[in-house]
Design a protein around this ligand. Structure first.
Ligand code: PGA
Length: 260
């Protein structure tokens, strides 16, 4: 795992965007795994800026989002369909038919989840999965005790996640109780993972995910099992990491490392 500590949110977002740029330069028809939440907003803004400047073309890209709330229509302002459209998709040139987001309003969740997994496989798998982390250590909506080999399925949100996300809804009771989410196993199948986190509220979860034991109590810790995972954090989110000096040392030494 590579851990990159950046001075602030803006730099964290730019470094993450650069990884997307590298992937698209190498593979213009890459399959990208998208995340929602406040953390990746800066990353999306940077990608939109690069696209507007003519430096990034998404015309052959396919995307798969990690999750969606159950019960919210695609036009609900708190749905992840709406978030992605507003924050990213309407500003870039991904063909609409290449955009995949779990349905929060399907009539048959198990069938939809199976279809979603099949669709990812048919598209050749995910090249780069973008991830945030919950303060309870979740990735996507894989709450504590989710199986580390779980696949896309319906999930009941934890109290912590409902509390964290209540800020986006008028009342706490309005936060959906269920979500449809890619599983930890689905995420680990992606060829590369980039996890972004900023702020003090994420410091404990980041320390547990990066340096703690691999445990379903902190599903983000499963990224330790992935052979190409990059964690990009700001100073505050890095504040509880004990190996901080080593991460900085590795990052500084990277340009001079033997390439072959
Ligand atoms: P946030 O959510 O980016 O809004 O903090 C992250 C997550 O829950 O995965």
């Amino acid at each position: 795992m590579e851990v990159i500590v950046q001075p602030d949110y803006e730099q964290m977002s730019k470094v993450a965007a650069q990884i997307v740029v590298e992937i698209l330069n190498a593979k213009p028809n890459a399959v990208l795994g998208m995340a929602t939440g406040s953390t990746p907003l800066g990353l999306y803004q940077e990608l939109v800026r690069l696209h507007r400047e003519g430096q990034l073309d998404f015309s052959r890209v396919t995307t798969f989002n990690l999750d969606e709330y159950v019960g919210l229509s695609t036009s609900h302002p708190q749905s992840y369909h709406y978030f992605m459209r507003e924050q990213f998709f309407q500003h870039v040139n991904i063909p609409p038919q290449n955009i995949n987001i779990p349905s929060g309003t399907t009539s048959n969740y198990p069938a939809f989840c199976e279809w979603y997994e099949q669709r990812i496989a048919e598209c050749g798998g995910i090249d780069l999965q973008i991830l945030g982390i919950g303060s309870d250590g979740h990735i996507a909506f894989n709450e504590p005790t989710s199986s580390l080999s779980s696949r896309t399925r319906l999930k009941t949100l934890s109290k912590q996640t409902i509390d964290d996300n209540a800020r986006f809804f008028e009342r706490r009771e309005d936060v959906p109780v269920y979500a449809i989410t890619m599983g930890v196993g689905t995420i680990l199948d992606a060829r590369k993972l980039v996890l972004v986190a900023n702020g003090e509220a994420k410091a404990r979860a980041i320390a547990q995910a990066v340096e703690g034991p691999v445990t379903s109590m902190v599903t983000a810790s499963a990224i330790q099992l992935h052979r190409s995972a990059i964690v990009i954090v700001d100073e505050e989110a890095a504040s509880e990491l004990t190996m901080r000096d080593y991460y900085d040392f590795i990052y500084a030494a990277k340009p001079s490392a033997p390439k072959s």
